[in-house]
Design a protein around this ligand. Structure first.
Ligand code: ZN
Length: 72
């Protein structure tokens, strides 16, 4: 996940979280993100759903429809 800042830029709050592959600068939805924007593990995707990019969410869930089985 990589942050997208709002109108205030990197001094302001994070506006949206997008899904990126590794530390790519282009999100799954096609949006280019700032190289200085913070990264977060995709495990945090459910932590703040109101700020998730809906397009990234749909694409991400389609690619990873279920979580690994922890019970092995
Ligand atoms: Zn996105």
């Amino acid at each position: 996940m990589r942050a997208e800042y709002g109108p205030a830029g990197s001094s302001g709050p994070v506006a949206n979280w997008h899904i990126v592959r590794n530390d790519d600068l282009v999100a799954m939805c096609g949006r280019e993100l700032d190289a200085a924007a913070p990264l977060q593990d995709a495990a945090h995707w459910t932590a703040d759903p109101d700020r998730n990019c809906h397009t990234c969410g749909a694409l991400y869930l389609r690619e990873s429809p279920y979580l690994p089985d922890e019970h092995g």
